[in-house]
Write a new protein. Structure first.
Length: 179
């Protein structure tokens, strides 16, 4: 029953019409949960505490916010293009500062998404193919519509950054309930 529902929802989304926020969010939530997402509910308190502790380390001047300068100085990415990319993706309201909530939310979503991407990429190519996605899910008709939403450059492999973009957008939709 579920694949049929997902297929119809996928067609609606691709057509870009008739997509009310609530039914759309539950569709994306179903997809992420089928892929194995558990979100905040799947994490022990110690992990959430560890994320908060890392935030405290990044926030060198202890003003409760992480600036790009603090992030570049203290994150594993250093002063790099990657650092600015990750910082921008974490700073959801584009205020130029990352709050504790933004930081923890981003770690919950991206750590889980990376782990699941790695699990699904069974041949270790660095990308998820259609065949690998079939192995993981019960999708049949719905698979193609979902695959193309992840494979943003259309080359037939979902590399980690493509996975994180679509996953991150969906996981944060109101009503999905993962963060
Ligand atoms: Ca600070
Ligand atoms: Ca692969
Ligand atoms: Ca791709």
């Amino acid at each position: 029953m579920l694949p049929r529902i997902l297929f119809l929802a996928a067609l609606l989304a691709l057509a870009g019409c008739g997509e009310d926020e609530k039914s759309s969010a539950s569709r994306e939530g179903e997809i992420l949960r089928e892929l194995g997402a558990r979100g905040r509910a799947g994490l022990p308190q110690e992990q959430l505490d560890a994320y908060a502790a890392t935030f405290g380390f990044l926030d060198a001047d202890e003003n409760g916010l992480v600036s790009i300068e603090e992030y570049e100085a203290n994150s594993i990415f250093g002063n790099s293009f990657s650092a600015r990319g990750v910082f921008g993706a974490t700073d959801r309201d584009a205020s130029g500062q990352v709050t504790l909530d933004e930081y923890v939310e981003n770690r919950i979503i991206t750590d889980e998404a990376k782990e699941i991407h790695q699990q699904i990429d069974v041949d270790g190519s660095g990308g998820v193919s259609r065949d690998e996605l079939v192995l993981r899910t019960s999708w049949s008709d719905a698979l193609e519509g979902i695959f193309v939403e992840f494979d943003r450059d259309g080359d037939g492999e979902i590399v980690q950054i493509e996975w994180l973009i679509t996953w991150g957008n969906w996981a944060r939709l109101p009503g999905v309930g993962l963060v």
